[in-house]
Write a protein that binds this ligand. Structure first.
Ligand code: SF4
Length: 444
């Protein structure tokens, strides 16, 4: 086979954004492999480069545009190189994507990945094509994302979201909520556990709304069955919506030793005025009550959150309410962003993005500084304790250390003492920053 032919059938995927996108990259990989395409070890070796994009996080769109410039340079050197953009960004920017960069040969939204082999074929003949139809029936059933044998795996349990948070593109990029059949999710979990998987994360934009299409079982039922079917595997889940998390679900977590004591519960703002404009469907008092309920049922639980600084019409008082919430709740960690409009969202259509950028950035910095202090305090309190860590990989700094996570999702870097990724290790904590614990394997 010539180098040109080799390039034409190999592909490389850059995944941006959330865990759902990482899971989707596994689906895309399987779809392309089933048609005879081969995974390339790096983008330099690939004949097709895919950017699987996310429209949620700050700067995601800018990052993609910068990356496309780099790929345009590569295309000048590699005649025949194809570039596709998949995921949420083409879904909401639609054919306008082609004007963003001449490097793009084809685009595909989250419901059309099965068409990728056909898109590639037509792009090879010079066509520039878009596949952006919504397909509520598309659950990618029957496509095995090839995770057998890995230490940890994502298992999507639902797709889409019916909430209409004003700032969010997900309802417009991933469509209506629909859930995988209970029996197929549990079958997948059983198979992964049998293949040696040590940690499974159940994924959904709004997992608490899971509803089995066959027998109507809910997310608490699913979580209980997952905990039971894979007793030696850690079970995680994300993302929860505050208005839907309930006592039955939290009690299910408490009842299973292998369901991790970590809940990601995005709040976005500490102000009722902002929560109303954001269309979040709950008040800050209700949110605080849920936190109290969770902590009373699972002592020692870690709770993380998402915060948006500078949403439309946010006043200094609203901002102070967010700072107060952070101080009161003391989240383990937070994803923190300043607001920027996403075209097509409810906010883009109905609210002016009227907080000046300098003010948004100042408020965001205050939020970050406060949260970092809180996280550092929580992490420092772990010094001297022994925690159970699932080792994920070698640490970036040294091959004599491993990086892993506690059940509470805290990152731990520790001296490996003969351990390998995939091992469950008791680690004595000896140091802490606001984002990482350090320690040594407890040989006692
Ligand atoms: S719950 Fe709100 S923020 Fe989360 S995916 Fe749905 S619309 Fe977006």
């Amino acid at each position: 086979m010539s180098t040109g032919e080799q390039r034409a059938i190999t592909f490389y995927i850059h995944t941006f954004g959330c865990q759902m996108n990482q899971a989707d990259s596994g689906i895309i990989t399987t779809i392309l492999r089933n048609e005879g395409y081969l995974s390339a070890a790096s983008e330099e070796d690939a004949g097709i480069i895919l950017l699987n994009t996310c429209a949620v996080r700050e700067n995601a769109v800018d990052r993609i545009e910068n990356y496309l410039q780099h790929l345009q340079g590569m295309k000048k050197r590699n005649k025949g190189l194809l570039v596709g953009v998949t995921g949420c960004i083409p879904q909401y920017r639609r054919e306008e994507m082609f004007t963003v960069s001449p490097a793009i040969d084809f685009i595909a939204g989250p419901d059309t990945y099965r068409t990728l082999p056909a898109l590639v074929e037509q792009a090879q003949r010079g066509a520039r094509l878009a596949a952006l139809d919504f397909n509520p029936a598309e659950m990618y059933e029957g496509i095995d994302p090839g995770r057998q044998g890995s230490t940890s795996a994502f298992v999507p349990v639902m797709r889409g979201c019916d909430n209409m948070c004003a700032f969010c593109v997900v309802p417009f990029t991933r469509g209506r909520e629909r859930s995988h059949a209970f029996s197929s999710v549990i079958g997948e979990i059983r198979g992964l556990a049998l293949s040696g998987c040590r940690e499974i994360t159940l994924l959904g934009q709004n997992v608490n709304s899971y509803l089995d299409p066959e027998e109507g079982r809910d997310f608490a039922d699913l979580l209980a069955a997952a905990g039971h079917e894979a007793p030696d595997t850690r079970i995680r889940f994300t993302t929860s919506h505050p208005k839907d998390i309930n006592e039955r679900l939290v009690s299910t977590i408490a009842a299973h030793g292998n369901i991790c004591n970590h809940i990601h519960l995005p709040v976005q703002s500490g102000s009722n005025a902002m929560l109303g404009l954001m269309n979040r469907g709950h008040s800050i008092e209700e949110y605080r009550e849920k936190i109290g309920m969770i902590r009373s049922i699972i002592p020692g639980v870690a709770i993380s959150t998402d915060i948006i600084a500078g949403f439309c019409r946010e006043t200094e008082e609203d901002h102070t309410s967010t700072l107060r919430l952070l101080s009161d709740v003391r989240f383990d960690s937070a994803f923190m962003f300043f607001y920027s409009t996403r075209p097509g969202t409810l906010a883009a259509r109905t609210l002016a993005d009227d907080v000046p950028e300098a003010l948004k950035k100042r408020r965001l910095q205050e939020i970050i500084d406060l949260q970092n202090d809180i996280s550092a305090g929580i992490y420092r309190a772990e010094i001297g304790t022994v925690v159970e860590v699932l080792a994920e990989s070698e640490s970036r700094r040294s091959s004599s250390q491993l990086m892993g996570r506690t059940g509470t999702n805290r990152v731990v870097v520790f001296d490996r003492e003969g351990h390998e990724p995939g091992d469950l290790v008791r680690v004595r904590i000896t140091g802490a920053t606001s984002a990482t614990l350090t320690g040594e394997a407890d040989l006692a």
